[in-house]
Write a protein that binds this ligand. Structure first.
Ligand code: PLP
Length: 435
């Protein structure tokens, strides 16, 4: 198909996600026909540097030969079997490896990030019920949090544009201050902000812990909030408050897991272990939809019983799909083989130097980085900035999709020095052209 044909037929047949479709009257869709490394190509051979890793899922570039080969090998033996009552090698091996990496166990699979959130929320509340504490069934979430867009996930998501229209369908939970260091007052450090946020959490838990099942948070970086970053101290405080008040800690590492923050998992930087851990996005290297929730043993044991109804009777048709598990195993193998975490550490420092011009730009404030995530806010962004910037960047051959006034890079880890310099130049040019 040509670009033009693809656009017309798509608008006629496809309902695109997270989109006011009418805006495509003035901002055309971008038709993509293939990908290679960090590049996406349209039908006429124009290419765009995928600086957002195709919505944060791609780790090692498009068309990665090892992941492709693993999926293809798996396809030759077993494409799918239900995981209720049956098992298979890719699910077993992946669960064992995830357990070894996280110190948690009994991986429960879903298909997308939001399904992981639903699973974690249900597991937490149901485990309290099984322990004779059914009144512990509400949740605490942070300001500007994002945990997905199904109804349960929306009940712990603080993004009005995603939530408001569905408010009557969504259960009320408790929202507390987040530790985003941009809230620092005169003379305050990031750690002071973390302490302030922890005090707010302490006050809520002290009063309401009897009805609270869990605190859910995005460790170190609140992605959809616009890459809000915070000090690991907050995670240590949250962990000890959850212990003190008998509340589960759910770490949503759907976006920040698999090396994004500079360690395999963000929680490692605080030296804490959550009670429940949600994983998705990068887990398959961006190849196939897969999510996993891992938990501490006491949660698993709360369900282990003669009575069927005390079990975790949750499922999705594609739970533990063998092709997706094979892609995830190949992804984990690449982390080892290519020493990804160590190499990213050096890469990020080199990229910092390439991005220095941007960081010093007079219209840039709150320049920040955690691991392989860079972000800045534009001082004078006006309404519609994100969309105009996106279009201006595309004209420069870079795919950067700002959130409000925040521009960020979350590139595939295979981005090389040359490409990082192109990204910096394209972003700078787009900034010059966009208010
Ligand atoms: C993307 C995301 C989700 C939801 O994942 P989907 O696959 O889009 O459902 C949940 N939590 C966080 C932190 C995310 O970034």
């Amino acid at each position: 198909m040509t670009n033009q044909e693809l656009l017309q037929r798509s608008l006629a047949a496809v309902w695109h996600p997270c989109t006011q479709m009418k805006q495509h009257e003035s901002f055309p869709l971008i038709p993509i026909s293939r990908g290679e490394g960090v590049w996406l190509y349209d039908c006429e051979g124009r290419r765009f540097l995928d600086a957002v890793s195709s919505w944060w899922v791609n780790l090692f570039g498009h068309n990665e030969p090892r992941i492709k080969a693993a999926i293809s090998r798996q396809m030759d033996s077993l494409e799918h079997v239900m995981l209720a009552g049956f098992t298979h090698e890719p699910a077993v091996r992946l669960s064992e490896q995830l357990a070894e990496l996280t110190g948690l166990g009994h991986a429960f699979y879903g298909s997308d990030g939001a399904s992981a959130t639903e699973i974690a929320l249900k597991m937490s509340a149901h485990s309290w019920r099984n322990k004779g504490l059914p009144q512990k069934n509400r949740f605490v979430y942070l300001e500007n949090s994002y945990h997905g867009e199904t109804l349960g996930a929306l009940s712990v998501t603080d993004v009005p544009i995603f939530r408001s229209a569905y408010a009557p369908l969504v259960r009320d939970n408790f929202c507390v201050m987040n530790p985003d260091w941009r809230q620092a007052r005169e003379g305050e450090t990031a750690q002071d902000v973390a302490e302030r946020a922890a005090s707010a959490l302490a006050a809520l838990l002290a009063e309401k812990h009897g009805e609270i099942a869990a605190l859910i948070l995005e460790p170190l970086v609140q992605g959809a909030a616009g890459m809000a970053m915070y000090d690991p101290l907050y995670l240590r405080r949250a962990r000890s408050l959850c212990d003190q008040f008998g509340v589960h800690l759910i770490a949503d590492e759907i976006a920040v897991g698999f090396g994004r923050t500079g360690t395999m998992f963000a929680c490692e930087q605080a030296g804490i272990r959550p009670d429940l851990l949600c994983l998705s996005k990068g887990i398959t290297g961006g190849y196939l939809p897969l999510a996993a929730v891992l938990c501490q043993d006491d949660i698993y044991r709360a369900f282990y019983h003669d009575e069927t109804a005390r079990g975790f009777l949750h499922s999705h048709s594609y739970t533990g799909n063998p092709l997706a598990c094979a892609a995830a195993l190949a992804t984990l193998a690449i982390f080892k083989e290519d020493e990804v975490i160590a190499r990213n550490r050096e890469k990020a420092l080199r990229f910092d130097a390439f991005f220095a011009g941007l960081a010093a730009h007079p219209r840039v404030k709150n320049w920040r980085r955690t691991g392989m995530i860079w972000a800045f806010d534009v001082t004078d962004a006006t309404a519609g900035f994100a969309q105009r910037f996106f279009a201006a960047a595309l004209a420069q051959g870079v795919l950067v999709r700002p959130i409000g006034e925040t521009v960020y890079f979350m590139p595939p880890y295979v981005l090389n020095d040359d490409e990082a310099q192109q990204l910096a130049a394209g972003t700078l040019a787009a900034l010059e052209q966009t208010r």
